[in-house]
Ligand binder design. Structure first.
Ligand SMILES: [Zn+2]
Length: 222
């Protein structure tokens, strides 16, 4: 199976997992992409991923040019939102946008999600999940806001799109799905913690300590 087919299968599986985990919310609106090479990606080509199949993707160059497949006009504006992240961060292999309900609550409140839930740190997240100021989805202003954060803040692996939803990116498709799930969990837990007097910050050294331990573990596994 060639790489494009392989990645399509993985993204279809990812959409299924997101749906099962309640991360697509009620409208199943989402867009998922995976890097194919240094300068190409595949991207879901419709607005809903409820019945995603192999025909529901386009192969696109990171400069925005569609190489193969039809992109719904409403999706054309989404291309740069994904391509911009791949261009700016070469280690990214997958980008997912959804309206995951708890994370989106923070986006609508225009409040960052604080990194106070240890599992999040395991994804390399060491900074609060920032809010990209509102601009129409996929517009130049919105894409510039996303790209600037990705460029300047290496500890950021997801952003909240003000009054809209969330965009998460990581090295692999599996990892990006897990990151998104953990992020929405974190958002739900923080909301609950606020009924108990509010979340408490992790100590500063927690970030280096957690990552040290993960490195040790990875070495033992090898
Ligand atoms: Zn959206």
């Amino acid at each position: 199976m060639d790489q494009v087919q392989q990645k399509k299968r993985e993204l279809m599986e990812a959409a299924h997992k997101l749906k099962e985990a309640g991360l697509l919310f009620r409208g199943y609106h989402a867009n998922l992409s995976a890097r194919i090479s240094e300068d190409t990606m595949i991207l879901t080509s419709g607005g809903s991923v409820e019945h995603l199949d192999e025909n529901g993707f386009a192969l696109i160059r990171l400069d925005g040019q569609v190489i193969e497949g039809d992109i719904a006009p409403v999706m054309a504006e989404i291309i740069q939102m994904h391509a911009g992240v791949y261009r700016e961060r070469p280690s990214v292999g997958c980008v997912i946008h959804t309206h995951a309900p708890h994370a989106t609550s923070f986006a609508v409140a225009q409040q960052p999600i604080p990194v106070v839930y240890e599992p999040l740190v395991r994804f390399g997240v060491t900074e609060d999940i920032p809010v990209v100021p509102w601009a129409p989805r996929g517009s130049d202003a919105s894409v510039k806001g996303i790209v600037q954060i990705v460029k300047e803040r290496p500890g950021v692996w997801a952003v909240l799109l003000a009054n809209h939803g969330v965009l998460a990116f990581s090295r692999t498709i599996t990892e990006t799905v897990q990151l998104l799930a953990t992020l929405d969990e974190a958002a739900e837990i923080v909301l609950n913690a606020r009924m108990l007097g509010g979340e408490k910050r992790l100590p500063d050294q927690a970030f280096t300590q957690i990552q040290e331990r993960m490195r040790e573990f990875a070495e033992v596994k090898r």
